[in-house]
Design a binder for this molecule. Structure first.
Ligand code: HGY
Ligand code: MN
Ligand code: MN
Length: 432
């Protein structure tokens, strides 16, 4: 039986990393950009070489499916994303897509009498770096409602998400209303019926320090944390920096500074809510004028939504008090609010048994990062994730890396799991 080749996955990861490569060794391959399109074309070729029938769905998810129909059997699916954050590493998302293609290739050469079809997916726009919404393609496939306002979100060139989405289908249309209409239709058309996915398994790097700290290469994911993403606008009073006495100021930037430190201290004292203020814009941003308007982007994240939502509430009270004390107006807009999900216990138990069978050292852990698996868990009967340890816990950084032995073991476990799922000899004895 042909086994998947981790060597070829490593080679392809390096080839893919050249698309969007930057001088500092990082990668920027934002969703629906020219680089993303180039990467998708390359991944499509690899899917076809693996014997998969490939199509791009209405929101840009690249889907490669085995040709045998197996009747209307619900599909076994695996994949992740190939779009990146700015100045990213080369493994986030791409490892899961290329590993799934490699496993599909090995399966297509095996003599097994498969009971279920296999589908490999490179989900569109998992990262929020360009249009501030995360897991867009997998949420559309799962039919998870996404605020219509997101379609009006602009990138730093002023291009809207709606326009970028229409562009995936090369629909050139300058009429905004028609563009919005078409974008809504594309989102609607991407929805997969409930029970059309028997199981979804995503291989991904951990992107955190847990596995590396215990020198364990493989993680089996129990749950996936989820973010509330906020846009905060602070209106002060732009004025002369030399003539305006300190007690007569409405300084939007010092109010922002106080708010940023409040997010940090509320979360540092919480059970395990992680708060990050990572984007800022400041106007007029000139050295001799008091800042009049500041915008902040906040990511509040936890596996426990009650704890996270209560921090969000307390933050709201601080914002109100701060606005009064500092004579500024502070407006808060929730951009996205997602709920944490748990992975399928039956699939987790089965993956654990398969890992033990192959003497793969592993541990269970929750994911602090968000993943497409969180979306697909809403419509798949079973959903699971396999993590590969991240060196020094670093990710969303050019230094992101994992060791090849761990990657090889992760691919071996993915292969064993997808094989069992397609032969239906998994999950028949363990209730979910
Ligand atoms: O934000 C996340 O956790 C993921 O990288 N999109
Ligand atoms: Mn990421
Ligand atoms: Mn990712």
């Amino acid at each position: 039986m042909l086994m998947p080749s981790s060597h070829r996955v490593m080679q392809r990861l390096r080839t893919l990393a050249k698309i969007g490569a930057e001088a500092n060794g990082g990668i920027t391959r934002l969703a629906f950009t020219r680089q993303d399109e180039q990467a998708r074309a390359l991944v499509q070729t690899w899917m076809e070489e693996a014997g998969l029938q490939v199509h791009t769905d209405s929101v840009g998810n690249l889907c490669g499916r085995t040709t045998t129909t197996h009747g209307q059997q619900a599909v076994v699916m695996s994949g992740s994303h190939i779009d990146s954050v700015r100045h990213a590493g080369y493994l986030d998302g791409t490892l899961g897509v290329l590993a799934a293609i490699e496993v599909a290739d090995a399966m297509n050469h095996s003599k097994h009498k498969w009971q279920r079809p296999l589908e490999v997916v490179a989900f569109a726009m998992e990262e929020s770096s360009r249009f501030q919404c995360y897991a867009f393609g997998s949420k559309a496939m799962a039919g998870i409602p996404q605020a219509d306002t997101l379609l009006g979100n602009c990138d730093d060139q002023g291009i809207t998400l709606a326009a970028a989405l229409c562009n995936v289908h090369h629909q050139k249309n300058d009429n905004e209303t028609q563009q919005l209409q078409q974008a809504r239709q594309h989102i609607q058309a991407a929805i997969r019926p409930q029970n059309s996915i028997h199981a979804f398994v995503e291989l991904h790097i951990e992107q955190g320090p847990v596995l590396a700290a215990e020198n364990i290469g493989i993680g089996l994911v129990t749950a996936i944390a989820a973010p509330i993403r906020l846009n905060i606008t602070i209106h002060g009073m732009q004025n002369h920096s030399g003539t305006t006495p300190m007690h007569l100021r409405s300084d939007a930037l010092t109010a922002a500074a106080a708010l940023i430190l409040t997010v940090e201290s509320l979360c540092a004292n919480s059970l395990d809510v992680r708060g990050t203020v990572a984007t800022i814009s400041n106007e007029p941003n000139i050295i001799n004028a008091i800042p009049g308007m500041v915008q902040l982007g906040i990511d509040l994240r936890s596996g426990n939504s009650t704890e996270r939502n209560s921090i969000h509430q307390v933050l709201g009270q601080h914002i109100k008090r701060m606005a009064e004390q500092r004579h500024v107006r502070i407006k808060q807009q929730v951009i996205t609010q997602d709920e944490p999900v748990t992975m399928s216990p039956a699939l987790l138990n089965n993956m654990e048994a398969l890992a033990n069978n192959s003497n793969i050292r592993h541990r269970r852990l929750a994911s602090g990062a968000g993943h497409d698996a969180a979306s697909i868990s809403r419509i798949a009967t079973h959903c699971g994730m396999i993590f590969i340890a991240s060196k020094d816990g670093i990710s969303h950084h050019p230094k992101e890396s994992s060791n090849e032995t761990d990657i090889a073991q992760g691919i071996e476990l993915l292969h064993a799991t997808l094989t069992a799922l397609r032969l239906r000899d998994i999950l028949h004895h363990v209730n979910d």
